[in-house]
Design a protein around this ligand. Sequence first.
Ligand SMILES: [Zn+2]
Length: 267
Amino acid sequence: MKRRHQRSALALLTAAGTLGVAAPAVAAPAATGTVVTGGTPLNTRSGPSATSPRIGTVENGATVSIVCRIAGQFISGSVSNTGHWDRLADNSYVSDAYVRRGDAEIPKCAATTPMPAVTGSWMLPVPAGLVSGFRTRQRPAHDGVDLGATRNTAIRSASAGTVIRVVCNVSRGTCDVDGNSSLRGCGWYAEVQHAGNVVTRYCHMVRRPSVTVGQTVARGSILGYVGTSGASSGPHLHFEVHAGVPATSANAISPVAFMRARGLTIR
Ligand SMILES: [Zn+2]
């Protein structure tokens, strides 16, 4: 879709945003453990298996804070042989087969909506896979990625920043109804400006975004909910990353490459 952005100066960047926005729920750790691998660092994963995307590493001998445990891929490790995986405070997982710990009871992870993958200061905005890529041959003007999240999935700010746009963008009618592919426009959307003049954009929300312009958001703050407003043929999140302010088609960059550089895999 094409949008003309008539942008005023970025006032408000230092304005007193609301800091009361909920960050993603980070449960208190239930236990701590010591990573024992025999030497090499232990990979942390986005899910409870060795094939889940790698989030980061924990050094041999390091202490980890375990929030809960979940059944996953069976691993023969240097501490035990087990199918249990430990969820850490950053929502990543390590195999319990490499964790030495005391007898503290570790609760099962609640069967809640999964959190998107998180690394240091960035995360994916929704826990959903890629359904349409950035500027593919079929869609060379597609300036973002489509993530196949279901209607009403929470959309989280990919990093800390300031909300700089909250807009209904549709060629006809309103954004408060399901759109369709005969329309143009991103529907209800929000933009967040991050450090380094990076802007992220979140489109096709089900209703007016939950945030307002000038508001300060944390990584993981809920910006709104997945819908299909504007030029959209079904519920999904259209997510863009821009290297510059204001966000324009000219400064759109691949969210896949951007996130990969931060250890996050969109796939
Ligand atoms: Zn899209």
